[in-house]
Design a protein around this ligand. Structure first.
Ligand code: AMP
Length: 114
């Protein structure tokens, strides 16, 4: 598998503002933010889509959500509220085929989503 743009960010081959990193995940500012706060939480394991998840990825998935929750608190958006989004495949708007969780905050969000 060739490196995704996100793996290249993690390897510091593409510049980005990485705000968090541990053994399983890393997080950075989205280059094209759709809200005042917009980070991506990404597993270091390069899994293309949610359809490719396996039983063994359970802990990793939990860790992604826990990391998002911690970053939301750190960035001061947890009390007002925030939205987590994982797009799966083109119909949902996925453009980078390395799963990632969008952490969106700093404004009000509509429901249903567009
Ligand atoms: P998705 O459409 O759910 O696949 O989201 C992919 C996201 O990655 C988009 O919000 C893009 O703006 C973001 N993105 C793509 N390339 C970069 C990059 N080099 N640095 C930061 N964010 C990026």
């Amino acid at each position: 598998m060739t490196d995704s743009v996100f793996t290249k960010i993690q390897k510091r081959e593409i510049p980005s503002n990485i705000i968090y990193e541990d053994e399983m995940v890393f997080a950075f500012e989205d280059i094209n933010p759709v809200s005042p706060v917009h980070f991506l939480i990404v597993p270091k394991k390069q899994i293309p889509t949610m359809n490719d998840l396996q039983e063994q990825d359970k802990i990793l998935l939990g860790h992604i959500l826990l990391t998002a929750s911690k970053i939301a608190k750190e960035k001061g958006i947890s009390d007002d509220g925030y939205r987590l989004v994982i797009n799966c495949n083109k119909g949902a708007g996925q453009t980078v085929f390395h799963i990632h969780c969008h952490l969106l905050g700093g404004r009000t969000f509509n429901w249903p989503p567009g």
